[in-house]
Structure formats: structure tokens, C-alpha cells
Ligand binder design. Sequence first.
Ligand code: IPM
Ligand code: MG
Length: 370
Amino acid sequence: MNPIDRGEQFGRKGEMMKEYRIAVVAGDGIGPEVMAECKKVLAAAAELDGGFRFEFTDFPWGCQYYLKTGQMMPEDGIETLRGYDAILLGAVGYPGVPDNISLRDLLIRIRHDFDQYINLRPVKLLKGADCPLKDVKTEDVNMTFIRENTEGEYSGQGAWLYKGQPNEVVIQDSVFSRKGTERVIRYAYELAKKEGKTLTSVSKANALNYSMVFWDQIFREVGQDYPEVETHSLLVDAASMFMVKDPARFQIVVTSNLFGDILTDLGAAIAGGMGLAAGANLNPERKFPSMFEPIHGSAPDIAGTQTANPLAAIWSASQLLDFFGHEDLGKKILDTMEEMLTNHRHALTPDQGGSATTSACGDAFVELLN
Ligand code: IPM
Ligand code: MG
């Protein structure tokens, strides 16, 4: 068979050229604008390396698709994505489609069905990025959040009884399985051990007398296998206060789905804003594709104006490269981001004080990367 038919070619290094097949779900609002820049940067990174390339396939799913078809993605959407090496997701949600439908049927569905149980979110203040906190040095804000990503408060289980009646009752169940809790906590311990960092577990056992007592117990149990890891346990309310007052105390943090959601927005706020925040939804076993996304959402108010900041999407590209073992390139992307934030501020988008369009910002990024 012709090597090109197998998706391979000889690269500059003279070896077979690896091809990563990436499904791109740009989605709604500013999603398509920032994804275009993310793809540009990934293509440039592959070109720099010379040993692999990306093949992108775009899927027009999201709220527009819903308004036409009544579904956020086709019936066999999950089956279709299953064959890819990774998924890039732009943003989901648009006025006219209830958020609980758009997000549960696309973003949360993919996280769940592909067992992407790790949501890895760096909360790292890059050099040159603005921090709203007083007297904080760049190195004081350098955390990695490991958010449980498939169950907990997002299980989607519950009931709505006597709808519309005076005795109406809603129940939203949190589900914490032993398997689900152990694996996310173990992943966090492994990372803390590998990186020689402290591990903080965030929970709320004083009020949530089943789920969070269980979480704390599993945190201690798994910890017996990692005597070398220094650990801390905080209540979520105290953790949010310390993130603002003393961010340097956090290194690796592990927490539940909802607490992780809330704390990582707080994290984004102290690490340069939502325009810089990215997240990786990982299936560590690689049985299913993992998904990489900026976490800022669809921002309908600025959609189509070319003012969206592409750096969060570009950071997610760096996470994708890390996941495929190209950490050198992942780091190069972060270094370039710091260089841009420090010395090329005019090439940034207006939210970062620059005057560039989304696409010009991406072009400037690629130029600096090369
Ligand atoms: C995030 C988002 C999503 C979440 C929403 C859009 C459902 O806020 O990725 O943090 O809560 O997980
Ligand atoms: Mg969120």
C-alpha cells in the first residue's frame, strides 16, 4: 500500500511521518474564530518538528446545527468522533438554545461517553500576564487543577416531581463511585509524585456528609501508596479564600466536578483572565480520544467581531502536544505566549490591551514561534 494511503509519509527526519487525526468541533459564538488560530499554531508546531503532521476534520455541530436538526450532533456523532486521535472543541452555547441542552448534549456528553475523567486545568500566571492580586509574583500562581470530569455533581441524575404544582420537588443527585473517585485522586497523586509537588484535596465534608466524607476517606486511603507526597486537605470555601490571599500554597489540586468548575474560573481570574484559560479533558488510558478546549465559552456578544482572544485556544493546543508526548513543543508554545505578553503586546487582542484582530494575533504568534 502506498504510505500516503496509510496516512503516513516520510518526514524531514527521514522517518515515517506520524499523522494525528484531529476532529475539530469549533461550535458556537467565538468558537470558530479561536479554533482557526489554534489549528494554525498546531500546523506550525508540526512543521517546526518535521516528524509529524495534523489532519483536521471539521464538524459543524453546535447550536446552529441544533436549530436546523433538533440535535446538537448527529445520532452517530460519538461513533464518528471515536475514530480520531483527539478532539479540539471551541465553545458551546448560544442564545435561543437552552444551555442545559446545548452543553449536556455536546460538551458534557463527550466528556462522559469518552470517559475523559481527568480535567486538567493549568492555573499558571504567565510572565507578562496581568494579575489582579496585590503583591503577587509570577511564580506564586502556578497550580495544576485536576478536576473530576465524569460524575460527581454533574452526574445528570435526579428527578423533577409534581412539575408546576405547589408541592413541586426537584432532586439533583451527586454520584461518587469508588472507582471514579479513586482514579482521579490516584492520577493527582501520581502527578504530584512525578513533579515533586504538594497535593491539595478540596472538598466539603463538614456539610456534605456522604459524598465529601467519602472523598476525604479515599484521599487518605490512596495517599497511603504515596508517602513521599506532601498533602493538604481544604474545605472549598476556605480554598477559594486562600487562592486569592495566598495562591502560592497551591501546587497540584484535586477536586470534584462542580468545585473544580468554580475554582478554575477563579483560577482563570487570578492568572490573566478567561482569555488565557485552557483545559484538557483526558482519557488517560487512551481508550477514547481526549478533548482540548479553551474554557471561556462562546461569548455571543463579541462573536464574529474578530476581537476574541485566541490565546486560551492556543494554550489548549500546547496541552494537546504535551498529551502526544511533544512536551518540547508544548513548552515552546507557552514560552511564545510569554514572549508575546511581555514584548509584543500590540499584537494581542483588545482584552489584553492590544489592538490586533483574532486572526492577526494568531499570525503574530506563528511568526514568533518559528
Ligand atoms: C467548563 C464550563 C462547563 C462546565 C459548562 C459550560 C457546562 O463551565 O468547562 O468549566 O461546567 O464544565
Ligand atoms: Mg466552567
